[in-house]
Design a protein around this ligand. Structure first.
Ligand code: COI
Length: 357
């Protein structure tokens, strides 16, 4: 499908963010976006790169009432030689369509997903920040726009992509975060939508996050919805625990997100001399293992969060400190290697990088 490039009027051109240390996460947006529509009986039509501007939506449209919405997150990096690299965008295209199937939305052809992002990023490449810990965050999403109040899959969808120059996801940058294990609320249950990247999962996480924040925590760690016993994920990250040279993470059982960074860590770690294991992690056993000094490090992984060290983990009335509140050696090594590959400082032996023309 051809993608039309509509002209950018002078009043839609914004000033670039000069102080990259002030970027934060997801606060600024570039000048252009991609929009493609799906209509019943026609399929995908009218792909265009256009100014980043508000949608005009009927207040009855389905996404506003029944949350028929999915999204993705990936990043673009500007290398020292001027080339622009995307990190494993095919994985996002695949996961987007898995989410689409679960939420009864049409699949976006992988070629359209990738070509749309590449053309948009190429046009907006001057927005890619280059300071350490910065990148251009790419947010593809799909919403149901039928103005009908019956609960049913929509006949009209917008697939769109917006771009945001970002710094670290957590305000403290690459520094340990404090995590509260959530033992009241649950995020997902077997058969639910926990595996899909859909807005509803994030809306229902807000109350737990807000209560945890009031107590001074950065994030909550979810337990399984049936027994509240096994570690699942932190809303914006999958979790890893280092037992000496072995790093352990929860398996993909249908209730947690299949993270691209999680998969990259599992692939990368053995090449750096670490063992990896995917298994159910019982929270009581984990706390006992931290207490006994068997767990030496913990970190989260995610596109926005990259690799984020965990400083303190609290469950019920007990708080345990990991790695003396410092960044552990394994966490540091994985962070350096992953970001090295993404930014072209370390050779990509895995075929993960895809250049934008
Ligand atoms: C990402 O890491 O890209 C995500 O989608 C997490 C988001 C909640 C910031």
């Amino acid at each position: 499908m051809e993608i039309t490039i509509t002209p950018l009027p002078a009043d839609k051109i914004k000033d670039k963010i000069k102080d990259q240390a002030q970027l934060g996460f997801g606060k600024y947006f570039t000048d252009r976006m991609l929009l493609v529509e799906w209509k019943a009986g026609q399929g995908w039509v009218d792909a265009r790169v256009k100014p980043h501007e508000p949608f005009q939506l009927d207040p009855a449209c389905a996404v506003l009432h029944y949350a028929q919405e999915i999204f993705e997150g990936l990043k673009a990096y500007k290398w020292d030689d001027g080339r622009v690299a995307l990190f494993r965008p095919e994985m996002n295209a695949r996961r987007f369509n898995q989410s689409a199937e679960r939420i009864c939305m049409p699949a976006v052809p992988e070629e359209l997903f990738l070509k749309g992002i590449e053309q948009l990023v190429a046009l907006e490449k001057d927005w890619i920040p280059t300071a350490p810990e910065t990148s251009l965050y790419i947010r593809p999403a799909m919403i149901a726009v039928d103005p009908v109040l019956g609960v049913k899959p929509s006949d009209h969808y917008y697939f769109f992509v917006i771009l945001s120059p970002v710094g670290a996801y957590y305000a403290a940058g690459f520094n340990p975060v404090n995590i509260l294990v959530e033992d009241r609320y649950v995020r997902a249950v077997p058969g639910g939508t926990g595996e899909a990247k859909t807005g509803g999962n994030y809306a229902s996480s807000l109350m737990a996050a807000q209560e945890a924040k009031k107590k001074g925590f950065d994030q909550v760690l979810w337990l399984d919805g049936r027994e509240r016993r096994y570690i699942e994920e932190v809303g914006a990250m999958n979790m890893f625990f280092a037992y000496g040279n072995k790093i352990v993470t929860a398996p993909l059982t249908g209730t947690i997100l299949s993270g691209v960074t999680r998969d990259s860590v599992l692939t990368l770690a053995p090449t750096l001399g670490y063992e990896v294991e995917e298994r159910l992690i019982d929270i009581a056993e984990l706390m006992a293992d931290i207490r006994a000094g068997k767990v030496t490090e913990a970190f989260g992984s995610g596109t926005a969060a990259v690799i984020t060290p965990v400083g303190k983990l609290c469950y019920k009335d007990e708080c345990l400190q990991l790695t003396g509140g410092r960044v552990g050696d394994i966490t540091q090594k994985l962070y350096d290697t992953l970001t090295g590959i993404q930014t072209g400082k370390i050779k990509d032996e895995f075929g993960w990088v895809r250049f934008v023309a």
